[in-house]
Ligand binder design. Structure first.
Ligand SMILES: *Cc1c(COP(=O)(O)O)cnc(C)c1O
Length: 392
């Protein structure tokens, strides 16, 4: 018996014009980490998000690394980071030898809790944070990294108010939230800097890539300089600081230009997919099931990159997220537990964490459902058939 076609969580979905831009790159021989597609893609990102400046880079991780370098994050410095996220939000902090301090989520958006953020700032100032059992000297954190998880905006009003009160810059990790809005502003444009990712599974992709956003032109100029090996102006190769090779290829930026033409459609489709799951489970509430979702509040607009839900067996007749995940897997349908929080990761376990168990609860009971904009009617028939069977 042949296996049924695999249904992926979120797979690349080309719009159709990408190859035209890639062909332009070949025809003009701009096969380099600079060129007209890179410039064009940066312009497209600025126009779409309303940010003044953008640098197209080789990854979102690289973008965050450059942002931390810009703020002078060095060995022993403290950077406050959302715990409930993908490891790429925290890795660059450790690249710099700095100390990531992980902040719990709050229950509605699943993003950084302003309450624990403030406690972390105070504990850092007062010298109350410990790494490996040893107290850190009291110091002001160098940056705050909130994440807009699965597209849902974090509570930016509260986070920005704390950032201002204590004078700490915010770097928004908007890797998953291109197209999401917070009180009319695009996520990634609210803090001092924002980062985007165009990895293969994100809402649009360049196969791999990222961008750094800021309204401050000098920041973006400096990021471009660092991203191209920090070459001083001279006829020979001259360097007065350490550089990186983080620029985006002009070939891949061509894919990005094509993808930007369909980004609006992609967001609409992802939101429609989320609505169909939510409507399904709203019906199931009448049968005594009670599932929870990331909830938009007034002023929040999520791109719903991934549709996610919580299945607490206490409210669902003993059904767990593993019951559903395994049933889907049996039908060759991919689903995945939510990100495992950073403070629970072996590699980060020695670093401080402030919270009260929300991220842990999300990890224990949360599941990401297939959310690709390229899924077809047949795919959804298969998915909902499994859902109906489990929640009967
Ligand atoms: C994907 C992702 C990143 C990293 O982006 P890359 O382009 O893969 O380096 C960072 N943060 C979050 C939350 C992500 O999901």
């Amino acid at each position: 018996m042949t296996e049924k076609k695999k249904i992926w969580l979120s797979s690349p979905h080309m719009g159709g014009t990408e190859q035209k831009y890639v062909k332009d790159a070949f025809d003009s021989n701009w096969i380099a980490p600079l060129g007209p597609n890179v410039d064009g893609f940066e312009d497209d990102l600025c126009k779409f998000t309303g940010i003044k400046h953008a640098a197209a880079l080789s990854s979102g991780t690289g973008a965050l690394h450059l942002a931390l370098i810009h703020f002078g994050v060095k060995a022993g410095d403290v950077v406050l980071c959302q715990s409930m996220t993908f490891s790429a939000s925290a890795n660059p902090i450790v690249y710099q030898g700095a100390v990531p301090v992980f902040i719990d989520s709050e229950a509605d958006t699943w993003n950084m809790s302003p309450k624990f953020l403030e406690q972390a700032i105070r504990d850092s100032l007062d010298g109350k944070l410990k790494v490996d059992g040893k107290l850190l000297p009291g110091k002001k954190p160098k940056a705050i990294v909130p994440v807009h998880l699965y597209g849902m905006p974090a509570r930016m009003d509260e986070i920005m108010a704390l950032a201002e009160k204590y004078d700490i810059p915010v770097i928004e990790d908007a890797a998953e939230s291109l197209g999401s809005l917070y009180h009319g502003k695009h996520t990634g444009t609210i803090g001092k800097m924002g980062i985007l990712s165009f990895n293969g599974n994100k809402i649009i992709t360049t196969s791999g890539g990222g961008a750094l956003l800021s309204d401050d032109g000098e920041i973006i100029e400096y990021a471009r300089f660092l991203a191209t090996q920090a070459r001083d102006t001279a006829p020979h190769y001259q360097h007065s600081q350490i550089g990186y090779n983080y620029r985006m290829s002009n070939v891949l930026a061509g894919i990005g230009r094509g993808q930007m033409e369909v980004l609006g459609q992609r967001v609409a489709k992802h939101r429609e997919i989320f609505e169909s799951y939510r409507n399904f489970f709203a019906e199931k509430a009448k049968m005594g099931y009670e599932l929870a979702f990331q909830e938009e509040e007034p002023g929040m607009f999520s791109n719903r990159w991934l549709s996610t839900l919580l299945i607490d067996p206490m409210n669902n007749k003993g059904i767990t997220r593993e019951t559903l995940r395994l049933a889907l897997a049996k039908d060759n349908i991919e689903s995945r537990p939510l990100w495992k929080p950073m403070h629970l990761q072996p590699v980060f376990s020695k670093y401080p964490f402030l919270g009260n168990g929300v991220a842990q609860h999300l990890f224990d009971h949360g599941l990401c459902l297939p959310s690709g904009s390229n899924l077809v009617e047949d795919d959804f028939e298969r998915i909902f058939k499994v859902l109906v069977k489990i929640f009967s």
